[in-house]
Ligand binder design. Structure first.
Ligand code: AVI
Length: 322
């Protein structure tokens, strides 16, 4: 390992975790990189651009379902609920619902980034000064992030988890995450969650292999990030973006394909690629309505209602904790 990198690892332990995950993932038979690393500053900006693309129907469709059904959603949630949003980011999606709810008891965004969270908290306080905001910094996949809920005397809680984020967890992880959510709630508390539906593979593949090549830049940014943060020497031009729907696994897989036999160096380690070999960078699982209802039932919820768009591309589910 080179000296400069060793010093940075000492100063920034989170880079050590990134390096470990990268070297571990790239030493597997099927090379993989955890999709959470797609979201550095550039990756997050590219993801925002993806959400605006004509080909990426998810964000737009979900927003339409919210717009058309806010009243019914607010009725399902009921008065005086504390809304908890894991991975809240800029907290934009929740705002129309907060406005629609009858006297919500508060809003608790949980996010790993204190800067984004605090900016969002201030924006909500300005737009909705009557709402109590309890911003919580933490990784919602870790138990510690949920401590803030424990002292929340008696309020009914509703977890808000939009964006089909659940799709980026494999089925066992999704089951564990939904169980983790319900284990921090009580009977009668709720979950409002967005899921992308199984559909024609042409529509799915266009969404992840868009004609403006933004998803390609998003995927390849992972290599650029490794070069910048971990002293890597990937040539992104020697990898191609590939995204395809796997009908049996009901997921879109995103890969980076090596265009030739090549060796890449990361922090002094050599990683060899055969021509055509891939790095698997993300899964995006799609659920039928029945599959997702079963998953909710198995993880401690009673599905109450769901809303879809006219083309049945996307669904938002409300479920109560059993
Ligand atoms: C964040 N997540 C729900 C997106 C998805 O659709 O799986 C991430 C994404 N990857 C490529 N395009 C968008």
């Amino acid at each position: 390992m080179n000296m400069a990198l060793a010093q940075r690892l000492d100063a920034q332990p989170e880079i050590g975790e990134f390096l470990r995950d990268v070297l571990e993932g790239l030493s597997e038979q099927q090379k993989t990189l955890p999709c959470k690393y797609l979201y550095d500053e550039t990756g997050s900006r590219l993801f925002e651009q993806i959400c605006e693309l004509d080909d990426y129907y998810l964000t737009r469709t979900e927003a339409t379902i919210f717009e058309e059904n806010l009243g019914e959603m607010a009725t399902c949630i009921g008065p005086e609920a504390l809304i908890v949003e894991p991975g809240a980011g800029n907290c934009e999606k929740i705002q129309p619902l907060l406005e629609e709810l009858e006297s919500p008891s508060g809003y608790m965004p949980i996010d790993i980034s204190p800067e984004i969270l605090l900016t969002a908290r201030d924006a909500i306080k300005e737009r909705l000064p009557q709402i109590r905001v309890h911003a919580t910094v933490g990784d919602f996949t870790q138990h510690s992030a949920w401590h803030a809920l424990e002292n929340n005397g008696g309020d009914r809680r509703v977890i808000f988890f939009p964006g089909s984020t659940i799709g980026n967890f494999n089925p066992e992880q999704a089951r564990a995450l939904l169980r983790n959510f319900s284990s921090h709630l009580e009977a009668g508390d709720g979950l409002l969650i967005g899921t992308d539906l199984v559909k024609d593979s042409v529509i799915l593949e266009r969404a992840y292999c868009d004609s403006e090549h933004v998803t390609e830049a998003f995927n390849k940014n992972l290599l650029v990030r490794i070069n910048g943060e971990l002293a890597g020497d990937f040539d992104p031009n020697l990898f191609a973006h590939r995204a395809f729907y796997h009908p049996l696994r009901q997921r879109v897989e995103m890969h980076l394909v090596s265009l030739k036999d090549q060796a890449v160096h990361i922090a002094g380690e050599t990683i060899r690629f055969k021509e055509g070999e891939t790095i698997h960078t993300e899964n995006s699982h799609k659920y039928s309505l029945d599959d997702f209802h079963n998953l909710l039932t198995e993880t401690g919820y009673i599905p109450q209602k769901h809303w879809c768009d006219g083309r049945r591309h996307y669904a938002i589910h409300y479920a109560r904790v059993s």
